[in-house]
Design a protein around this ligand. Structure first.
Ligand SMILES: C[S@@+](CC[C@H](N)C(=O)[O-])C[C@H]1O[C@@H](n2cnc3c(N)ncnc32)[C@H](O)[C@@H]1O
Length: 348
């Protein structure tokens, strides 16, 4: 089985000016094949296929993941002959074919939210002879009709784990997914489901994946546009680490669930840090300056102060890295912990 049998004839490549543009196999077969065999992720859809920017694209919304990353996930998942698997995020269908090779015919179900992408994958799987059930639909609901599963795997990243995946997995079964917090950094989470309807597990290697369509949260930052109603203060502390350092950003994502953060430049070219807590409608911005850093707060929660406290917690606990964190899912809550489930980091 070859990756090129699954990647569509038109892929997207990033130009030096930042735009993505399509590259067609028919027009440039050597370059198409070079990219597909290069070992990196290959972008197969931009901007949800909307063609909003007249033939150019900004945001990758489907891809064939890098083969080394797929191998890492498959190892965490551990599929053997006869294992019933549900994959969320069919994409090209290549990973579903790899699952089918391990699980044996008839044991793999894969779900894709985008009908055009699902149709392409279905055809590619049929053409290459892999008997996989491709369902067009929202994978965060799981697929009850073929449950229970021994393994559930998501190849799009989640902010929180949909409880349906736990409910539809047999006791002792595993769930593997990239979990990416509100500070934009994430890692592979491997959960084991128990007999009481809970799942628990730890984080493994760092993971950067496009977000599940229905868990995108960046709109919360677009609302941060007008500082007129916001309260202005200054701060002496300016921890940039949560925005630049992988481990800090991962830990703060765990400590501050329900946040979304980002950056933009002001008219003088200075970087403004943005943070929003969507449930409470609170946000804050911070701009670095020579005579103190300017903070604007809006809404019931004082997010910058919460971020400073979370940062102090992280440095005060010895800057733990992502592999020391774990997560427990119950029907009621998603709880992060440090080292052991008793050491609570946050619950949501
Ligand atoms: C990184 S790609 C998957 C790569 C794929 N496994 C492969 O081997 O090519 C992520 C895919 O998840 C899909 N997706 C996003 N949100 C989804 C959802 N809620 N349910 C099902 N699929 C979803 C996207 O449309 C995209 O095709």
């Amino acid at each position: 089985m070859k990756r090129e049998d699954f990647v569509p004839d038109v892929i997207w490549v990033r130009r030096a000016d930042g735009w993505m543009v399509p590259l067609s196999r028919a027009e440039n077969p050597e370059e198409w094949l070079r990219i597909v065999n290069d070992g990196d992720a290959v972008v197969t859809q931009a901007d949800d296929g909307t063609n909003e920017y007249d033939g150019r694209g900004i945001i990758p919304t489907s891809s064939s993941s890098a083969p080394s990353v797929m191998a890492e996930m498959l190892e965490l998942l551990d599929v053997t002959v006869g294992t019933d698997v549900l994959e969320i995020g069919t994409g090209t269908g290549y990973n579903a074919a790899l699952l089918a090779e391990r699980a044996a015919p008839g044991h793999v179900t894969t779900m894709e939210i985008d009908p055009t992408i699902a149709a392409h994958a279905r055809q590619a799987l049929e053409r290459t002879g892999y008997p996989v059930t491709v369902i067009t639909g929202d994978g965060t609901r799981g697929y009850l009709e073929r449950a229970p599963y021994d393994r559930v795997m998501a190849t799009a990243s989640a902010l929180w784990v949909p409880y349906a995946w736990v409910e539809q997995t047999r006791p002792g079964g595993r769930i593997v997914l990239p979990l990416v917090g509100g500070f934009g950094r994430g890692a592979f989470l491997r959960l084991t489901v128990d007999r009481n309807g809970s799942a628990q597990g730890r984080f493994h290697g760092g993971a950067s994946f496009m977000r599940l369509r229905n868990q995108r949260d960046d709109e919360a930052l677009w609302e941060i546009s007008d500082t007129a109603d916001a309260e202005a203060t200054t701060t002496g502390l300016f921890p940039r680490e949560p925005f630049t350092d992988f481990e800090a950003a991962f830990a703060l994502g765990a400590r501050l669930p329900g946040w979304v953060t980002g950056e933009r430049n002001d008219s003088d070219g200075r970087t403004i840090l943005l943070m929003s807590h969507f449930d409470s409608g609170s946000w804050a911005t911070v701009t670095s300056g020579t005579d103190g850093h300017k903070v604007y707060h809006y809404g019931p929660r004082r997010l910058w102060e919460e971020l400073e406290a979370a940062y102090e917690w992280w440095t005060g606990t010895g800057r733990p890295d992502h592999s020391r964190f774990g997560l427990t899912i119950t029907p009621e809550a998603q709880t992060f912990w440090l080292d052991t489930p008793e050491q609570l980091v946050s619950s949501q």
